[in-house]
Ligand binder design. Structure first.
Ligand code: AQP
Length: 333
């Protein structure tokens, strides 16, 4: 079976709907056809200087949400990045193959460092995509399901893989392919529908946190920014707010955007928002309950992560040793 790898950062108590629809839903489907590995990338999360106790709690909560969303730990590997030190080791090796300018062109680094200012940014944020490339290449990954925001990082992973193959011979590493599902590749902020929804958004009103109180989820959807005019139509440029709501609706409900537009012909924005609030709350309720069950059983969760780390290491260690040998590091005696 081809291998799929993807991961999320434990940067919030709850995933947001973009993480869920843009990534997690596809992770679950890919388990049927692929050998799947899904990580909670806590080393990545260190780049935003989290409180230690909060980071630990969020790491467990993030894993709990993978499982609640339908990732099956008996089929797929669910693990925590820092439990497999080969990630950090390969990141160092790859950093020596990454151009300084090449890393500097990453838009996520530019955006995130602009938010905190030059004095608040750190080298880890700069080398973040190199660690991400290590995450992927370590498992000879064929496919990486991500949202549109990660496309550029994935391109760097591919460039690095091709560079290693050119230098040390074809087949040294597998060149990964992105799996970006167009319809849900980017879920936008409800208050600023030209920006992507994000766990760390400035305005919490713009985000749907999937573990949030259903009343708050519904309220955020009902107060979503819509556009001037009163026709419910899909037009990303002229009607970004309504288009985003239609995208979310379609992703959850299964009907196409065109079908929804036909159904809401002649109705008001308020109708759409109110129905969507109900649909989202209903969709999230079983997820919420399942996640809470996992969160309230940390021992059970930890044993999933322990088993995942052992299975991940069994793949990662030989890959790293193969690459150490290729680049000329002396094997330990
Ligand atoms: N708005 C989105 N629409 C579709 N997909 C999205 N993803 C994130 N936002 C959207 C996808 O979710 C996965 C998890 O990403 P991550 O945890 O590594 O961090 P991120 O991409 O930086 O996501 P956030 O929510 O914006 O987190 P913060 O605020 O911590 O930076 C990825 O596959 C991503 O594409």
């Amino acid at each position: 079976k081809p291998r799929v790898f993807s991961a999320m950062q434990p940067t919030s108590d709850s995933l947001q709907l973009g993480n869920y629809l843009g990534a997690l839903v596809h992770w679950v489907k890919l388990q049927d056809t692929h050998d799947a590995i899904y990580g909670v990338v806590d080393l990545h999360a260190l780049t935003v200087a989290p409180d230690p106790a909060v980071l630990r709690a969020r790491t467990r909560r993030t894993a709990a949400q993978f499982l609640a969303g339908g990732v099956d730990p008996t089929r797929s590997i669910v693990f925590c990045q820092s439990h497999v030190p080969e990630h950090a080791e390969l990141a160092w090796l790859l950093s020596t193959f990454t151009g300084f300018g090449e890393a500097g062109r990453m838009t996520q680094f530019k955006d995130k460092s602009a938010k905190v200012g030059e004095s608040g940014t750190n080298v880890g944020l700069f080398t973040y995509p190199v660690l991400m490339a290590a995450d992927i290449l370590l498992y000879d990954t064929n496919v990486v399901p991500v949202g549109e925001d990660q496309r550029q990082h994935l391109e760097l992973s591919r460039d690095l893989a091709q560079r290693l193959n050119a230098r040390f011979g074809e087949g040294t590493v597998v060149v990964p392919e992105p799996h970006i599902v167009k319809e849900t590749a980017k879920i936008y902020d409800l208050q600023e529908p030209t920006k992507k929804m994000s766990k760390s958004a400035v305005s919490p009103k713009g985000t749907i946190e999937v573990l949030d109180d259903p009343k708050k989820v519904a309220k955020n959807i009902r107060s979503a920014v819509t556009d001037t005019g009163d026709v419910i139509a899909f037009d990303r440029e002229a009607k970004p707010g309504v288009s985003n709501l239609l995208t979310i609706y379609s992703a959850i409900d299964g009907r196409s955007v065109d079908q929804l537009v036909a159904e809401y012909e002649g109705k008001m924005y308020g109708h759409l928002k109110s129905d969507l609030a109900d649909v989202v709350v209903e969709f999230l309720t079983p997820f919420h309950d399942a996640a809470m069950e996992w969160i309230e059983s940390p021992d059970r969760l930890d044993s999933v992560l322990e088993d995942g780390a052992a299975r991940a290491t069994a793949i990662a260690r030989p890959t790293l040793e193969r690459l150490y040998d290729k680049v000329g590091l002396l094997a330990p005696m």
